[in-house]
Design a protein around this ligand. Structure first.
Ligand SMILES: *[C@@H]1O[C@H](CO)[C@@H](O)[C@H](O)[C@H]1NC(C)=O
Ligand SMILES: *[C@@H]1O[C@H](CO)[C@@H](O)[C@H](O)[C@H]1NC(C)=O
Ligand SMILES: *[C@@H]1O[C@H](CO)[C@@H](O)[C@H](O)[C@H]1NC(C)=O
Length: 788
């Protein structure tokens, strides 16, 4: 079950993050903006929304490709990616950095790709409606544009200069450089040619020349706005590539792509299609890629179907790379001329309609089938004999230009060694897996092999199921754990905890009371907090306090599981929270979804209300802040570190040295001579609420002028002046849920009232948040401005 849950969790995390895009809808992207590679992250859109730059998952798994695509087409056809299509892991980033351009880096911050090392100042980036991503300088000149560095595709308004090229990708889902190039050579001719696979160099082995032989006058290749491709000659005349009147007029997308099978194809797609459709072909070259001999790799056999090639290894051969059907085939048997072989050891497989022109080293004419076979059998070099029209050809490995053509009457005899090859009926043995794990793997495989769109649906369905399991899980854990704590709390020796934490190796965090380590007790992960400031004489109270903490059970409180009181070592063992702190969640690169954030707010309010009003002895937390809220597997918030203030002998009558808590979250009465009550927690909760709404830290540093603004003041100003969009940094999700947003903001402002008696009790806070009672207009929280 645990394994399933964690697998499910992986799928959930795919779902929980929504992204904040630092982009306005005119397509411009400001310097400093960044995108993080997570599933369903919002890309940078062009003004019309037709093109997007962002991360896609071409293989459906956890690797991402920085790319530009048609965002309104269901399969999000990719039209640009950095050379060689580098795949990056989840959490990678692309950032628009001044004087450096687009910089793609992995989660460790290592640079993977960068657009330009030009040191000009960038004014902004623009995802243009043409599909071109442009970096614009302050004088409006272009510093860099994706059109200048095409991948495998050209779009209308794009120009290929002399020396420019398109490179095919390896296969439909592998964006590494493939075997083919379209190139306007410096001498002025446009060709399709293959690239040396080992050194990556173009070997100018052209397999198609655009009717341009002996005409080296090409200056540039232009794809004009209405969808016609032509070569502009030096003398200003045109050489049409797209046949006249071939392009449908009307509302269509157009693109020309050097496909991974080596066919250069111009496509169109209706912009306003409502029913299922696909890219349709305007024209393509070469019309018979098999005939060029370039359709498939060595030893492979090409057959043509609707202008497209299919490759299939002949019997006795298998693909070198099983994921690349157009690649090379490897023979199971290689003829050898070592001494000691006799012709009785060999036999032939007979194939019809298949030929490998060009690989022959000997031929006999006239011949017949028997002589042809027997000649090959006796010849230790011969791998294949071809018999056609009374002629016999003998061939060596590797075979090239393999071709299957039903209209060709030809027989191929493939030599093999008797007794080799797999005996029939043996299939690979897989290790046994439990049934449910297997079904997860099957779903995983299905996810890998289906389209992006279908994946989204599958993941959504999956997450729905996950939430059900999560609910079930939280229902089932709690009664069990509360029973355990009714008895006294388990006590551990220091040595046991040294072992459990592997010598306090893995630090989860540092708090005001000590360092927290990750550990494992009875195979369950735990968090072990090593207290650093327990007073020596407080030994007896320590146990009493710990047991009173142990008596608190609430689903929004972190559960204590045990303690250690060994010599001068004091440690507390808590349940481990897989999703870390709220601070980590709120202030990461990706803005978490509004819906999840608002449910976290209510959870925290419930936990706090329990501490204040429902548990046997009232507990004032004194240090409510995002670092002290943890998130469990299902992103339920759990308050940590409660009860410790008392445990650590914090003077409740609080002299000046007794000030506890964290700047920015502290209620003003800490600094005044008024009693500290539960209202200090309400104040800190208010700050936290404002933070969760806005994903801002409690003290906001304005970018340039280093001016510090306290979040509570900013919240009041924005509320008072109706600038909610500014407060939430244009979080559309929150703004679309306007009523709730305003309610939360008003509750937050009530909680941070300077006068403690104006703040609502936590129970009331919950009722207001949930809309059970209305919220009155809050007054300005700090009418007597305070300076700390
Ligand atoms: C964006 O595309 C339009 C045509 O749609 C063009 O006029 C404009 O110059 C382009 N802007 C940039 C910065 O390339
Ligand atoms: C894509 O193809 C390249 C070149 O053959 C190979 O090295 C790489 O592993 C492939 N990538 C994936 C994700 O299959
Ligand atoms: C594009 O080229 C075609 C053919 O050369 C021509 O008919 C059409 O008018 C051109 N479109 C534009 C916008 O120049």
């Amino acid at each position: 079950m645990a394994a399933e849950i964690s697998l499910l969790l992986c799928f959930l995390t795919i779902f929980v993050h929504c992204v904040a895009a630092q982009q306005t809808n005119n397509g411009s992207v400001s310097v400093g903006a960044l995108l993080t590679a997570v599933p369903d992250a919002k890309p940078w859109l062009s003004p019309s929304g037709e093109f997007a730059l962002g991360f896609q998952q071409p293989q459906g798994n956890d690797s991402f490709l920085l790319s530009i695509w048609y965002d309104k087409i269901p399969d999000k056809t990719i039209i640009w990616y950095p050379k060689d299509g580098p795949l990056v892991p989840r959490g990678s980033k692309v950032e628009l950095i001044n004087r450096r351009g687009l910089v793609l880096s992995d989660p460790q911050g290592r640079e993977i790709w960068t657009s330009a090392s030009n040191s000009d100042d960038i004014a902004y980036g623009l995802m243009n409606d043409t599909g071109n991503f442009v970096l614009v300088a302050s004088d409006s000149s272009r510093i860099w544009e994706s059109f200048g560095y095409p991948a495998d595709t050209m779009l209308p308004t794009q120009i290929l200069m002399k020396g420019g090229e398109l490179e095919s990708k390896k296969s439909r889902t592998n964006f590494s450089v493939g075997r083919f190039q379209l190139r306007l050579r410096p001498q002025g001719d446009l060709i399709l040619h293959t690239v040396d696979r080992f050194i990556g160099d173009s070997n100018d082995d052209s397999y198609y020349n655009f009717g341009f032989i002996d005409d080296d006058s090409g200056e540039r290749v232009i794809f004009n706005a209405t969808g016609y491709l032509y070569i502009l000659r030096t003398d200003g005349t045109r050489f049409d590539l797209t046949p006249r009147n071939a392009v449908p007029s009307g509302n269509y997308y157009h693109r020309a792509t050097l496909d991974s099978d080596g066919v250069f194809t111009q496509y169109y797609y209706p912009k306003d299609s409502t029913n299922d459709t696909d890219w349709k072909v305007v024209w393509l070259v070469p019309t018979d890629i098999c005939e060029t001999g370039k359709g498939c790799g060595l030893n492979n056999v090409c057959s043509l179907d609707d202008n497209r090639s299919t490759c299939e290894c002949p019997q006795g051969f298998s693909l070198v790379d099983p994921n690349y059907s157009h690649g090379d085939c490897e023979p199971k048997f290689v003829p050898s001329c070592e001494a000691g072989f006799s012709e009785e050891q060999f036999d032939f497989t007979e194939l019809n309609n298949i030929d490998w022109p060009n690989s022959d080293y000997a031929s006999t004419k006239p011949s017949n089938e028997e002589n042809c076979k027997s000649s090959c059998l006796k010849d230790c070099f011969c791998a294949v004999a071809i018999y056609r029209d009374s002629q016999c050809w003998k061939k060596r490995l590797p075979l090239s230009n393999g071709r299957k053509d039903p209209s060709r009457v030809v027989k191929a005899f493939l030599k093999f060694r008797k007794g080799t090859g797999h005996p029939p009926g043996i299939s690979p043995v897989f290790p046994r897996e439990s049934k449910s794990r297997r079904s997860l793997i099957i779903i995983g495989k299905a996810l890998l092999s289906t389209s992006v769109f279908v994946n989204a649906v599958l993941i959504a369905v999956f997450c729905f199921g996950f939430f059900q399991i999560c609910k079930l899980k939280s229902r089932t854990t709690y009664p069990g754990s509360s029973k355990a704590v009714e008895t006294t709390l388990p006590r551990f020796t220091y040595q046991e905890l040294v072992i459990a934490t592997d010598g306090f190796k893995d630090v989860l965090g540092k708090g005001a009371f000590g360092v927290v380590y990750k550990g494992v007790i009875e195979t369950k992960p735990v968090a072990v907090k090593k207290l650093d400031t327990v007073e020596q004489h407080a030994q007896k109270e320590f146990k009493i306090e710990v047991n009173s903490i142990a008596r608190t059970h609430h689903k929004n409180l972190v559960q204590i599981l045990g303690y250690c009181d060994d010599g001068d070592q004091r440690l507390l063992i808590y349940e481990y929270m897989s999703n870390g702190t709220l601070a980590f969640y709120l202030f990461g690169d990706v803005r978490p979804c509004w819906k999840q954030r608002s449910s976290i707010v209510v959870g925290i309010a419930r936990g706090l209300s329990y501490l204040h009003e429902e548990c046997s002895a009232q507990i004032i937390h004194c240090d409510i802040k995002p670092q002290n809220i943890l998130l469990d597997d299902c992103y339920n918030p759990k308050i940590a570190d409660f009860g410790l203030a008392k445990l650590l002998k914090i003077n409740e009558s609080r002299t000046h040295t007794g000030i506890r808590g964290t700047k920015g979250y502290l209620a003003p009465e800490w600094f005044r001579n008024t009693p500290v009550t539960v209202n200090v927690d309400v104040y800190s909760f208010g700050v936290l609420l404002l933070q969760i709404i806005s994903c801002r830290k409690s003290v906001v540093f304005e970018n340039d002028n280093e001016d510090m603004e306290v979040l509570t003041d900013l919240a009041w100003d924005c509320y008072h002046e109706g600038r909610l969009d500014e407060f939430v940094k244009n979080d559309l999700e929150a703004l679309n849920d306007y009523k709730k947003l305003v309610t939360f903001l008003m509750v937050g402002l009530w909680c941070v009232q300077e006068d403690p008696s104006s703040r609502p009790a936590m129970r009331k806070v919950i009722q207001m948040l949930e809309g059970e009672v209305g919220v009155n207009e809050p007054p300005c929280p700090s009418p007597f401005s305070v300076t700390y």
